[in-house]
Design a protein around this ligand. Structure first.
Ligand code: BGP
Length: 481
């Protein structure tokens, strides 16, 4: 059922990327290593996937990329700042060339009428801080994150209204997968993860307060990966497991950001499991103050989840991404005595085992709006696939068009039911490194001609979805055909 056929006046249309996944120039112009440079070198050695040294070479192609975005009619673009590019040691001396790069990028966007939406941290902590004290493992990160936030807000605040502090905090905390290592020493010590989560909440709060202090009219948010959890059956124990999963994976993070408090049932569970963390005097006051500066929630929506009552005695296990790109290769999460992930037989999946569920997006948007009454921005949504560059330079990606069309319809329904949606920034503007499958798994509207083995010249090509999305934007989402 479709209720309305329009997006609000002034709705922002664009797409998203993150620094380490697209910039390249990893050791150029004064930039030092970040955690993702190191992790992606490891991934390259182990799986043969491309590392972050060249990525999509956006550092050298940014003008062309912005021109292509403008050709599609973008009015927004979500990207992240590479912390180690502007502050190579994490704190202290800035790197003039790195600082200049983001001025140039932002100016280029503004010159084309594109609103920048900037993420402060998208998985790429400077190695200097990881080596010094283990990154998110130490309370010191809170002040260093605030130092970095103050630096970039002072530098770019007059040109950027929308700021996202942290990308996908719940993913960082919940998944063992290497992309989400909190520090390089981390060996999925669950207790340590919840302490690091607390530090992230404090770092986020400081940065949110700074956005309001330093940016006139500044809007602060954070982007969370958002999957609604469905019960496998209507057996009460399965329904309870779904309630638990939604609290543990979703509300626990939103309650901290938006209400400035921790979800009671989750805190009780963590205590029972011996996973409770240290909260010092003043911490909760800071988190509360940060929540008062939280203006909008970024939603990264790819899929829904399905859970059942946990098998008694099952041990803790994190979800593992499908690394080989053939359906069915996925490991489901287990949280002992709370829930156990399983396959939802009612919906299809991508080749990378991502369940495809547009209605799940309507569900989360309405659920969050009913619960928190907060404006939202889609900061990621998209279809990862093996695209083929034809001899004539065309790329036919009907699967991506179908996926995005269905999700836009779901957004229209949510808007009709009262959801205040600011923007749609799907993943990704152009092809870039996947967190787990190199460059072979592509999400972009713009094809970047390189492979995992051969960087070639990273020449850009327009996919079919490029032209389709251009028309969607031109009609403010009225025409999705
Ligand atoms: C999100 C991340 C992005 C992005 C996307 C697609 O979790 O915020 O960085 O990569 O997922 O995931 P993947 O690259 O693993 O296919």
């Amino acid at each position: 059922m479709e209720y309305v056929n329009s997006f609000p006046e002034g709705f922002l249309w664009g797409a998203a990327t993150s620094a380490y996944q697209c910039e390249g120039a990893a050791a150029e112009d004064g930039k030092k290593d970040n955690q993702q440079d190191v992790i992606n070198r490891e991934i390259h050695d182990e799986y043969g996937y491309a590392d972050a040294s060249v990525a999509s070479d956006h550092y050298h192609h940014y003008k062309e990329d912005v021109a292509l975005m403008a050709e599609m009619g973008f009015t927004s673009y979500r990207f992240s700042i590479n912390w180690a590019r502007v502050l190579p040691d994490g704190v202290g001396e800035p790197n003039p060339k790195g600082v200049e790069f983001y001025h140039n990028l932002i100016d280029e966007l503004r010159a084309h009428g594109i609103e920048p939406v900037v993420t402060m941290w998208h998985y790429d902590l400077p190695m200097a801080l990881v080596n010094k004290y283990g990154g998110w493992a130490s309370r010191q990160i809170i002040d260093d994150f605030a130092y970095y936030a103050r630096f970039i807000l002072t530098e770019y605040g007059s040109k950027v209204k929308y700021w996202l502090t942290i990308n996908e905090q719940s993913i960082v905390v919940n998944y063992i997968d290497r992309k989400n290592k909190i520090s390089m020493e981390d060996k999925f010590n669950p207790k340590f993860r919840y302490q690091a989560n607390h530090y992230m909440n404090l770092a986020h709060a400081k940065a949110a307060i700074l956005v309001h202090e330093l940016v006139p009219g500044g809007q602060c948010g954070a982007a969370l990966d958002m999957a609604p959890y469905y019960p496998h059956t209507c057996a009460p124990a399965d329904v309870m497991a779904a309630k638990n999963a939604n609290a543990f994976k979703n509300y626990f993070y939103m309650d901290a950001y938006i209400r400035g408090e921790y979800t009671e049932s989750v805190m009780a569970y963590l205590k029972r499991q011996g996973l409770d963390f240290e909260i010092l005097p003043g911490d909760m006051e800071l988190i509360k103050k940060g929540s008062e500066c939280f203006d909008f929630l970024g939603i990264n929506y790819y899929q829904s989840g399905c859970v059942k009552a946990p098998t008694p005695g099952a041990s803790r296990r994190s979800k593992e991404n499908n690394k080989i790109g053939k359906g069915g290769h996925v490991t489901y999460e287990v949280q002992p005595d709370l829930f156990e992930g399983c396959k939802n037989e009612n919906i299809g999946e991508t080749d990378f085992s991502m369940p495809i569920d547009p209605m799940g997006l309507q569900y989360v948007l309405e659920d969050i709006n009913d619960r928190y009454h907060i404006p939202m921005m889609i900061c990621e949504n998209g279809f990862g696939a093996y695209d083929v560059l034809e001899k004539d330079g065309s790329i036919h990606d009907p699967y991506r068009i179908a996926y995005i069309r269905a999700h836009l319809k779901a957004m229209k329904n949510a808007i009709a039911n009262g959801v205040k949606l600011i923007a749609y920034n799907p993943w990704s503007a152009f092809d870039l490194l996947s967190t787990s499958n190199g460059i072979a798994k592509r999400y972009g509207f713009i094809y970047v001609d390189r492979t995992d083995d051969d960087v070639k010249e990273c020449k850009r090509y327009r996919k079919d979805s490029f032209y389709w999305y251009k028309n969607v934007i031109a009609t403010n989402g009225k025409n999705l055909e």
